[in-house]
Structures are given as structure tokens and as C-alpha cells.
Ligand binder design. Structure first.
Ligand code: PLP
Length: 453
């Protein structure tokens, strides 16, 4: 921790110790479940991130309703991690529950299409103004297929992205996120990022230089980076990105998996962007597994073309046995038609703005230099006096101990926001009381960590 955060590191250490003891005391059953799980699962969790994303141990879940869940110790939490945006519809949206119950009773999986798939594709086409869609089970898989389509359609193999842009656990996506020596992922072949270049977000000179060679199939990126806190594009960034990629014959692929919480058509709609492909996932499944990618008519024609640009026959390498299964499609149809409606988006965005205002008021009152991030339903705290414009700036401004202490302190006050790189977000099921509860808990933390309580 450095002095730019404006708080005494000894207070943060002491707070961490005290709050850790309380957390352990209040979650005996969760701790016992983790111990039991260690013998049957590495790290004592069924999926690594359920432990590695948090500085403190995970809770084990009993049930969830709306914007809240209850852990195995009977403690109730407001979930402001929103399942890393996957439960933006709320945890048990009634239309999705109903659709899933009906569908599962009539068959969940056939490896044949159901009419729901057409309704979902048509609705996504309307929202993102891209006519053709394909489905997977996750956004990682959708990104993997989108990159293959970009390569097939352009006959080029190299890819370009931005350091800190995360698109899932595919080789190229991980390499882009890691950037130049920022993170190391074990288990990747040295060749994992061989056909990929990464440049800093918001660096138009680097972008122009990179694209000048005309050898990239696509640029793939989130429209605003969301896995480093929030990194917004500079004014003019997207206009330049679009015109430079067009000039270079390079496709533009936007990953809206997180940013689809900003509007029915995500940031593509909010900022009138014109991508060639869009990737979505998480919340569009209403809580069930689903990923999708949309494409222009030209790309749909390339998808259908059973040969490469070099004239070699074959089939585009996409698909999976359970992709587009009947159950996921029924859930997505209900989510899109009945939950993720324009008024629901307005509701979540207004709660997000109220949350950011509340955080700003607490920070100002305490005389701290911290800045507040804003992205419609999502907010977040930067423990420095600037908002990052790139992953390098976000890294430089990181205060891991303070960040961890905040999240543990919140957990002990019934607010779950344990993922260290994600800020709080308000789902469509959240209420103004939930915003008030978050701001109050944050205020308690600030008082505690600054010694004004
Ligand atoms: C922007 C973005 N794209 C894609 C993914 C991958 O999603 P999934 O893990 O559901 O495949 C994530 C996951 O956090 C993400 O943040």
C-alpha cells in the first residue's frame, strides 16, 4: 500500500486481522464445508475462481432470492458482485424460473433446435443490429468461435487486442489480459499468444502503427474494460478504432458480456458503435449457461461458406454438444423478453447512479482522494486521485491490502462484493434500500479505516 491512498497501512492491517477473526467466527459451517471439500476438490472448491478471486474464504450457498443470497451459516448477503454480472436479472427471476420448469419437464436437451432459439436470435439481432447469431455455453467459448470466424472470413491469422482486455479463459484471451508480463498463467504453451499483439487501451498512436501493416484478422475488445475496475475509452477512441480497422480491412469484435448490463443493446447502443461482431454471455441466460455471438450478413455468408479463402473444403470449427440446448434457450428467451426490458435497465442504471453519488459523498466527507467509477448500474472505488485510462494505470493504482480489507469488512456487514477486480453493480432486482445498505456499509468501512468511527 502506498501513501496515495491516504490511509494508515497499520490501521488496514489491524482491521484485516480483526475482521478475519469475526468472519471465521460467523461462518463455522462454511469453513467446515471447505475443509471437507479439500479432500475431493483442489483448493476445496468446485471451480478455482470460487476461491482464487477473493482475498477471504468463500461462503457456501444455501439459496438466493432477488438481489440477496443466504449462506450455509444462515447469513444473508446483498450480492453486489452480481455473480460477476451473470445474475444481473436477479437470482431467481420469476419468468426464467417458470420457463425453465416448463422446459425441463418437456426435455432440456436434444441436440436439435427449438423455436426459442429463433426468438432469442431475433431479439439479439434487434438489440445489437447484427442479423445473424450462434450460441455456445459461455462467453469464453463464444469469443473462441468469434476469433475463428474472423480468421476464416479474412484469411488472416494475427489478432490485435488491448492489455487488460479479458474475454475468457481461451489462449489468446488470456494472453491479451496478461499483456506484457503483467500476469503469468500456468499451463499455457509458449506459443499461446504467438499470433496475437497487445497494445495499451486508449493508445491511438500504437493502434494506428499496429494496423498500418494490414495483417490482423480482427481487433477484439470490450468497449470499456471492466476487469480492472472500469477503464473508459477516451473521447474519440471508438471513432478512431472503427475507422482505422475499416481502413485496414480488420474486423472489429466487441465483447459485451459485462457491458450488456448498460442498456438492452449494451454499449453498442449507448455509444452508437458499429462492430462487425458482438459477443455476449452471462446475464443473457437469466442465470443458466449461455454464450452467443452476432455477426454481419457478410460474416454470416462466410460462416456458411464451406471452404477457406484458399479454396480448401471444410467446415468452420464451431459447435459443442450442449451448445444452444433447449433449456438455456428457454431461459434466455424469458430473460430477454420479460426481465431485461427497457424499464428494468433504466431502474438498474438509476440505482447505479445513486450508488456512485452515495460513494462520492462518503469519500468527499472523509476528505479522501479516492475516485468513483461510473458505468450505468456499476460503480467502484479507485484508491487514488485519478480514473485509470489503461490497464497499466489501473495496476499502478491498485491497493491490494485496502481493497481486500474493504471487501472483508463489507462481507461482515452483509454485503457480498468479494471479487477484487469488480466493483459493485445493481441488478434489475435491487432496490433503493439495497443502495442505501451498500453506502452505509461503505461509510462504516471508511470511518473504521480512517479512525473516525
Ligand atoms: C468481458 C468478459 N468476457 C468474457 C468472459 C468470459 O465469460 P465466461 O467465464 O462466462 O466464459 C468474462 C468473464 O468474466 C468477461 O468478463
Amino acid at each position: 500500500m502506498d501513501e496515495r491512498a491516504g490511509v494508515d497501512p497499520r490501521r488496514v492491517d489491524e482491521l484485516w486481522r480483526r475482521e478475519s477473526e469475526r468472519y471465521a467466527r460467523e461462518h463455522p459451517r462454511c469453513f467446515r464445508l471447505r475443509e471437507r471439500a479439500r479432500t475431493s476438490m483442489p483448493h476445496g472448491v468446485p471451480m478455482l475462481w470460487m476461491a482464487s478471486y477473493f482475498a477471504h474464504p468463500p461462503v457456501w450457498i444455501d439459496e438466493g432470492r432477488g438481489a440477496h443470497f443466504t449462506c450455509a451459516d444462515g447469513r444473508r448477503f446483498l450480492d453486489t458482485n452480481v455473480g460477476d454480472k451473470s445474475t444481473f436479472c436477479g437470482i431467481d427471476p420469476e419468468p426464467v424460473v417458470r420457463a425453465v420448469q416448463q422446459r425441463v419437464a418437456a426435455g432440456a436437451q436434444f441436440m436439435l433446435p427449438t423455436e426459442d432459439a429463433i426468438a432469442v436470435a431475433e431479439e439479439l439481432a434487434r438489440r445489437w443490429r447484427l442479423p445473424s447469431w450462434q450460441f455456445t455455453l459461455s462467453a469464453s467459448q463464444a469469443n473462441t468461435e468469434a476469433l475463428r470466424l474472423a480468421r476464416h472470413a479474412t484469411g488472416r491469422y494475427r489478432l490485435l487486442s488491448f492489455t487488460g482486455n479479458y474475454g475468457g479463459h481461451g489462449d489468446e484471451m488470456l494472453t491479451a489480459f496478461a499483456g506484457e508480463g503483467r500476469l503469468s498463467y500456468l499451463g499455457l504453451a509458449p506459443s499461446a499468444g504467438r499470433d496475437l499483439d497487445v497494445i495499451p487501451f486508449n493508445d491511438l498512436d500504437a493502434l494506428e502503427r499496429a494496423l498500418a501493416g494490414g495483417d490482423y484478422a480482427c481487433v477484439f475488445t470490450e468497449p470499456a474494460l471492466t476487469n480492472e475496475g472500469v477503464v473508459l475509452p477516451d473521447p474519440g477512441f471508438h471513432e478512431a478504432l472503427r475507422s482505422l480497422t475499416r481502413d485496414a480491412g480488420t474486423l472489429l469484435v466487441f465483447d459485451e458480456t459485462h457491458t450488456l448490463i448498460c442498456a438492452p443493446g449494451g454499449l453498442t447502443e449507448r455509444w452508437a458503435l458499429e462492430p462487425d461482431m458482438v459477443v455476449v454471455g452471462k446475464a443473457i441466460g437469466g442465470g443458466l449457461p449461455l454464450g452467443a455471438y452476432g455477426m454481419t450478413a457478410e460474416l454470416a455468408a462466410a460462416f456458411e461458406r464451406g471452404e477457406s479463402l484458399a479454396g480448401e473444403p471444410g467446415e468452420l470449427a464451431t459447435g459443442g454438444t450442449l451448445f444452444a440446448n433447449a433449456l438455456s434457450m428457454a431461459a434466455a428467451r424469458a430473460a430477454l423478453e420479460e426481465v431485461l426490458t427497457p424499464p428494468a435497465y433504466e431502474h438498474a442504471a438509476s440505482l447505479g447512479a445513486e450508488l456512485a453519488d452515495g460513494l462520492e459523498a462518503v469519500v468527499r466527507e472523509a476528505g479522501l482522494p479516492w475516485r468513483v467509477q461510473r458505468l450505468w448500474p456499476r460503480s467502484g472505488i479507485t484508491f487514488s486521485d485519478r480514473l485509470a485510462r489503461s490497464a497499466a494505470e489501473a495496476d499502478a493504482d491498485e491497493q491490494p491490502e485496502l481493497n481486500a480489507a474493504l471487501r472483508l469488512h463489507l462481507a461482515n456487514r452483509g454485503v457480498w462484493e468479494a471479487i477484487s477486480t469488480a466493483g459493485p453493480a445493481m441488478s434489475v432486482a435491487a432496490t433503493r434500500d439495497d443502495v442505501a445498505a451498500y453506502v452505509a456499509a461503505f461509510g462504516e468501512f471508511v470511518a473504521d479505516v480512517t479512525g473516525t468511527d
